[in-house]
Design a protein around this ligand. Structure first.
Ligand code: SF4
Length: 245
């Protein structure tokens, strides 16, 4: 059965780029992160070809809020660049409407896709989940080579990139990892990182889907754990901001 490639649209988002935004979630992801909060959006579906006008109508309904706040359209997922034609169609439509555009990516996409969308994207929010190759493979199912090469390419091409790290206690918050992450960002000439604290609200989705969550016991970082990560990164020279703070 053909269906929409969009599995959710969230209006009035304030953590998905600057200002007030509408976030469109596209299906399909090349990774399988153990903490994935959108299990309903991981598989690609065959696509109806008439889905774009409806999505853009919903996005443009909030144009006044975008204009007042400096907001716009954010593409998320899943991995919104997994199927380049979908992202390109939406980004072109957004630009035709004069909207600010943000793409949230895990970076595990072909470099050619990034180069295609680059002129249409005002901000990339680029997630670095773990910089160690083996750990990244263990926790997400894929290595880091392509992700790191794509991060470097975007910086070299002058893209506006905000790097983010989900804060996952016991997985990526240890001093050794923070040091390696800071060194990787320094090698790119990047001096800022946004932290996205893990939360447990999504676990109900797995129950609803009748799927086992891979990390049902993982707790959100405590205030002290989060403060430790912030200070560990700041002492390594990074400017650190925290989602929701
Ligand atoms: S990259 Fe995001 S959507 Fe994809 S599996 Fe990881 S957490 Fe889920």
């Amino acid at each position: 059965m053909l269906s929409s490639p969009v599995f959710d649209i969230q209006r009035f988002s304030i953590h998905d780029g600057p200002g007030v935004r509408t976030t469109v979630f596209l299906r399909g992801c090349p990774l399988r992160c153990a903490w994935c909060q959108n299990p309903e959006g991981l598989e690609v579906v065959e696509t109806k070809d008439d889905w774009v006008p409806g999505v853009m109508r919903e996005v443009c309904a909030d144009r006044t809020y975008f204009e007042v706040s400096g907001g716009g359209l954010t593409l998320s997922g899943g991995e919104p660049l997994l199927e380049p034609s979908r992202a390109l169609t939406l980004l072109r439509a957004a630009k035709a409407e004069g909207l600010h555009t943000c793409v949230q990516t895990c970076g595990a996409v072909p470099t050619s896709t990034l180069l295609q969308v680059l002129p249409l994207v005002d901000l990339f929010q680029f997630d670095l989940k773990h910089v160690d190759e083996a750990k990244h493979r263990e926790w997400t199912g894929a290595g880091t080579a392509r992700i790191h090469a794509n991060a470097r390419l975007l910086i070299e091409r002058g893209a506006n990139v905000q790097f983010r790290m989900p804060v996952l206690p016991g997985i990526n918050d240890d001093p050794e990892h923070l040091g390696r992450l800071a060194a990787f960002l320094a090698s790119l000439g990047v001096s800022a990182l946004r932290l996205v604290p893990y939360h447990r609200h999504y676990l109900a989705k797995y129950e609803a889907l009748n799927q086992p969550a891979r990390l049902p016991a993982l707790e959100a970082p405590s205030a002290a754990q989060l403060a430790g990560v912030v200070s560990g990164l700041k002492t390594r020279g990074l400017e650190v901001t925290v989602d929701g703070a």
